[in-house]
Write a protein that binds this ligand. Structure first.
Ligand SMILES: NC(=O)c1ccc[n+]([C@@H]2O[C@H](COP(=O)([O-])OP(=O)(O)OC[C@H]3O[C@@H](n4cnc5c(N)ncnc54)[C@H](O)[C@@H]3O)[C@@H](O)[C@H]2O)c1
Ligand SMILES: N[C@H](CO)Cc1c[nH]c[nH+]1
Ligand SMILES: [Zn+2]
Length: 424
């Protein structure tokens, strides 16, 4: 992991995958096929890309039961505890409808309604994380969404990983569809014989999933397009170098394009973390992925002081920020851009990935400048409510008609003037 002096400039190397024109054409063709041929097309692509021959796309209750058999009782209890923590946190995000009334009898307000139906994409293969099932489904259920459809690609034997099925069952998902990639996104957006269309699609996936989500946006809503994981640690000389290195590697192991950055005013800490990263890397099961990520996207910035460190963090706007200084709370107010902020030596990033309660679906690629973690807000919508009184119409009708005329909209003006006539 290279050490760079901040005076050489600070940046986070990011990997923003746009996809090729060829991949886009493949996705467009899959979307069209599923729109036209429904379940048959989904099954054909599932055979082609996942190697599974399926009669029925649905996961059955026997498969769920079998999944529980594959997990220890202890692990099921841990999933339940994590789900409970995440639920408690997200229930605090719920929003209430509100209404105000004026003396003239007018009532104005905002009515909050959960989305009717949501599709959750859970990636297949090594990235089939049970924790991501919890993080995507629980805010939707906390918002009050009635129908949640989970889609995930099966393996070549038509199986879905046990941990994913147990997590889904624990949070009440009853519709689980064995389909992945663009065909799953198409099924959710357009509907097929066996899968009714949803209103919004959330969840990460590979480039085919991301391109398909971009393409169906407008027919349905989508969440963010998540990029590779990112971590920035802001630490001073008192931080434990082994902890800092371990936390940097926790994100590096996700993806060869994940980025891990240390910002510190301490040259001593920089060198110790550098040593620790080398040492710990060798022992990791995913050492190959983590070393590629550290080599290409890992960097230690030595800054002049903490003020410069905070400024650097705000420029980087990372997905995850850890602050490991004596009094981390004193810096919290100065941090303006970060998806999730972890304070102190025991708030290791995986605490947030799995268990504490806040969501681990976070803005990447610098989008923490303007966007937020996945939350209950992503699964509700608001309607404005206007109940104008006779008095208010008498009082304001002429002003409204005047504004309409200013815009050359006579029908608008007449709609109001008709009432004013009657109220004379
Ligand atoms: N940010 C996060 O929180 C997070 C979490 C988990 C996973 N991820 C990301 O999700 C992704 C998972 O990728 P994955 O591929 O393992 O699983 P995936 O489920 O995203 O994709 C598998 C599907 O891709 C489609 N596909 C594969 N090759 C294709 C081709 N040549 N043409 C058309 N379609 C094709 C198939 O339909 C297959 O079912 C990774 O990029 C990972 O970084 C991100
Ligand atoms: N850190 C990832 C998001 O950047 C989420 C995750 C899932 N499992 C472990 N970690
Ligand atoms: Zn993680």
């Amino acid at each position: 992991m290279k050490i760079v002096n901040m005076n050489d400039g600070i940046s986070i190397k990011r990997s923003i995958e746009e996809g090729t024109e060829e991949q886009r054409q493949v996705v467009l063709s899959i979307l069209e096929q599923v729109k036209t041929n429904g379940d048959d097309a989904v099954k054909t692509y599932t055979k082609k890309f996942d190697g599974a021959t399926l009669d029925d796309l649905r996961v059955t209750s026997e498969e769920i039961e079998q999944a529980y058999g594959e997990l220890s009782d202890e692990l099921v209890a841990i999933i339940q505890e994590a789900a409970s923590n995440i639920k408690t946190f997200h229930e605090r995000q719920r929003r209430e409808s509100w209404f105000t009334t004026s003396l003239d009898g007018t009532l104005l307000g905002q009515k909050v309604t959960p989305l009717d139906s949501v599709g959750v994409y859970v990636p297949g293969g090594k990235a089939a994380y049970p924790s991501s099932v919890l993080m995507n489904v629980i805010p939707a259920t906390a918002a009050g969404v009635q129908r949640i459809v989970m889609v995930t690609p099966p393996d070549s034997e038509g199986k879905v990983p046990a941990g994913v099925l147990v997590a889904a069952n624990e949070v009440g998902v009853t519709e689980i569809v064995k389909a992945g990639g663009a065909q799953a996104v198409a099924a959710l957006a357009y509907g097929t014989e066996s899968i009714s269309a949803v209103d919004k699609i959330v969840g990460p996936g590979n480039i085919f999933v991301a391109l398909a989500k971009r393409e169906v946006f407008g027919i349905v809503d989508i969440d963010m397009i998540a990029g590779p994981s990112e971590i920035v640690v802001l630490a001073d000389e008192q931080a434990n170098p082994a902890y800092v290195a371990a936390d940097l590697l926790s994100q590096a192991e996700h993806d060869e394009r994940a980025s891990a950055v240390l910002v510190t005013p301490s040259q001593v800490l920089a060198e110790r973390v550098q040593e620790q990263v080398e040492k710990q890397l060798a022992e990791l099961p995913r050492a190959e992925i983590a070393s590629k990520s550290i080599e290409d996207y890992g960097v230690i910035y030595v800054v002049d002081n903490m003020v410069a460190g905070v400024e650097a963090v705000n420029d980087l706007a990372p997905e995850h920020l850890e602050i490991m200084v004596d009094e981390p709370m004193t810096l919290l107010g100065k941090i303006r851009h970060a998806g999730a902020i972890f304070l102190g030596p025991y708030s290791s990033e995986p605490v947030g990935d799995y268990f504490a309660g806040p969501n681990h679906v976070l803005p990447t690629n610098g989008t923490a400048r303007f966007s937020s973690p996945l939350s209950v807000d992503d699964f509700i919508k608001k309607s404005s409510v206007i109940s104008y009184s006779k008095e208010a119409m008498k009082q304001n009708g002429n002003s409204i008609a005047a504004l309409a005329k200013l815009e050359g909209l006579g029908a608008h003006a007449r709609a109001v003037e008709l009432r004013l006539e009657d109220l004379k």
